[in-house]
Design a protein. Sequence first.
Length: 280
Amino acid sequence: MTVTIDEGVDRDQVISRYMSFAKVMDLLTNEKAFLPSVDALKGDLQGDHLEGAFPSLVEFVLSGGAAKLSHLVNQVLPRTLGVNKSEIPKLPSPAPLPTVFGEIEITGDRDLSSICKTLACWVDVQCWHRNDAESMAMWKIYGGAEPSLAIRSTVRNLSNSMLPNGNERVHLKNIQYYNSLEPADFFVDDFSSVASKEIAYDYEHELRVIAYTPSDKQHLHQDRQAKGRYISVNLEELISDIVISPNAPNWFFDLARTLIIEKLDVPVKRSALTPNRGQF
């Protein structure tokens, strides 16, 4: 498995993953991280229904809509009105879409929307929050109503913790946040359809782990049965410390700390946002 970090990503950036207690124990017990498919994120309660898609105006350009409009106005109409007597030039085909599986031709049988849906099913991701400090928004949204935990690491340690597994590839990339009303600055690369989100989600400051298997390109015409994949990790390399949520009662903190240190020797702390409630 090849692990790469996108250019411009700070390797020493502190990152956190806010999780339920059950998911943390699953990680510590099996020493494997689960990465759901991009498509599976759409159905998540905290998910974005626009996951795996381009802004509408960007899609209009990439799919050839802008070229068709230009061809109509600048080529077809002048000839139809008799302003230009030359033969109507052929409408140019849309440029191939760059993806993690290589360039994919946009055709009538495989339009941009269907390509994006396919990529969302065959590319798996995991989300981390880039922030040295805790985020109350992340506690509330991703920690859930029940007492939860945040495992902390750095980009470098996250990358180093991932263990080889066949010919899988993993890429760490900061999410590109876009304003759908101002798409001019949207940057299109191999990861754009699976690593971009509406600016309404920029509070997440997301670093995304993107996993895929290049040989799956030959299966893209098929439905994928799996909804994600597990990747083995070195827990000692991955986790610097674990933080217990602000709403956790003392009994939960004591229980969680006891169970965690039985499996991994790392600091287990109370959230710095915990109110002074005394014993309860």
